[in-house]
Design a binder for this molecule. Structure first.
Ligand SMILES: [Ca+2]
Ligand SMILES: [Ca+2]
Length: 368
């Protein structure tokens, strides 16, 4: 019995060590986010961009590309409500949130006992994500970037709130340049040793010459469907779109067989505009909240075909059935596009994971 318990404990420790990661906090990270959802930029003087403040901040001022205020009491914050429907967005595990903020040059800031926090609100409850402690606040009176890499799924965020102080900081001022969030994504190379992509649902193949498979092109001129590929020329912010009424299969997104999206294409120039959007029976339509971004610098622009994957299993919006898919292949004009296919499927676990599952079975049998 003791051996069995030890075995189970070992397995649990193994799982925790492999699959649970902590939030990562950084100050002034070396690399800026190269593709992101903007949660606030304040580049237009007087435009609060939908943000409101707690009464303990007297007035919010937008000028010189920032939003700023002075604190007159406890627990100050600014927040933006995105609404419960199309406006809400999803920040899955591994998302990165950057806040560039300037505090006063004041050593007493380090005595702040609480957290500089980012909160999200999605189910009637505020979820605080500790960003930085008082001791980590930079007190030189300069701008600094505070970066959080999340370890939890901030699913369906309705409200974003930033608490710049926790309590008792009257007279202190703050100035925020931007708040940005970047979603995680998987990139080429696709196939790790021992892994196989399987149970494929095709969303596009373009294997019949001249058959565009009922995809709609916007801002993109079709060149041809030939040789198994869709070739086209993008102008600016173009996209290709297909929904259920046009024949996009309403695949079951809850199925473990449909958690990896895969696209094979040729990338002929470095650009930052590649993005995939999806709408579902649960959250229909196109929204930046449900988008997968190809981070610049990670695309292989050698002119050969490469396969790119997105792991959807941590995307809480990937639920219900698929209704719409939109691919924005580029943001430059002109950009030459060549796509082989778009598939959804699963990755068969590596043999090592099969071994782990076998251990589970062994532990279960031994309990009997
Ligand atoms: Ca700004
Ligand atoms: Ca093809």
């Amino acid at each position: 019995m003791r051996k069995t318990l030890f075995l189970i404990t070992t397995i649990i420790v193994f799982i925790v060590a492999n699959f649970v990661t902590a939030d990562v906090l950084e100050v002034d990270p070396a690399n800026p986010l190269d593709s992101y959802i903007s949660l606030g930029e304040w580049e237009t003087p007087g435009d609060l961009e939908g943000y409101t403040q707690k009464g303990t901040i007297g007035t919010l001022t937008v000028a010189n590309g920032t939003i700023s205020g002075t604190v007159n009491g406890d627990d100050p914050w600014i927040r933006k409500d995105y609404g419960v429907d199309a406006g809400r967005f999803n920040l899955p595990v591994g998302s990165v949130i950057d806040i560039r903020i300037k505090y006063d040059a004041d050593a007493s800031l380090t005595n702040d006992p609480g957290n500089f926090g980012y909160y999200y609100f999605n189910d009637g409850t505020w979820h605080a994500i500790p960003f930085i402690t008082g001791a980590q606040i930079q007190i030189d009176g300069q701008f600094h970037v505070y970066r959080l890499t999340t370890s939890i799924d901030n699913n369906f965020t309705w409200i974003v709130r930033v608490d710049m102080f926790s309590a008792g900081m009257s007279g202190q001022s703050f100035e925020i340049d931007y708040i940005r969030a970047s979603l995680p994504a998987m990139f080429d190379p696709v196939y790790e040793v021992g892994k196989v992509f399987a149970s494929v649902n095709s969303l596009a193949d373009w294997n019949t010459p001249g058959d565009i498979e009922n995809w709609s092109l916007s801002g993109i001129d079709l060149d041809e469907v030939a040789g198994g590929y869709l070739t086209a020329t993008n102008h600016g912010d173009g996209n290709i779109t297909k929904n259920n009424t046009a024949g996009l299969p309403a695949i079951d997104l809850g199925s473990s067989d449909n958690k990896i999206m895969q696209i094979r294409m040729r990338n002929t120039g470095a650009d930052t505009g590649k993005q995939m959007y999806y709408g579902t029976s649960v959250t229909p339509g196109i929204s930046g909240a449900r988008s997968l971004q190809f981070k610049s610098g990670t695309l292989n622009a050698d002119g050969s075909f490469h396969v790119y994957q997105f792991d959807m299993k941590n995307q809480s919006a990937w639920a219900g059935t698929l209704e719409t898919l939109r691919f924005d292949p580029a943001s430059i004009d002109p950009a030459y596009i060549e796509i082989d296919y778009i598939h959804v499927g699963t990755i068969i676990p590596e043999p090592a994971t099969f071994g782990l599952l076998s251990l589970f079975g062994l532990a279960f049998l031994r309990r009997k």
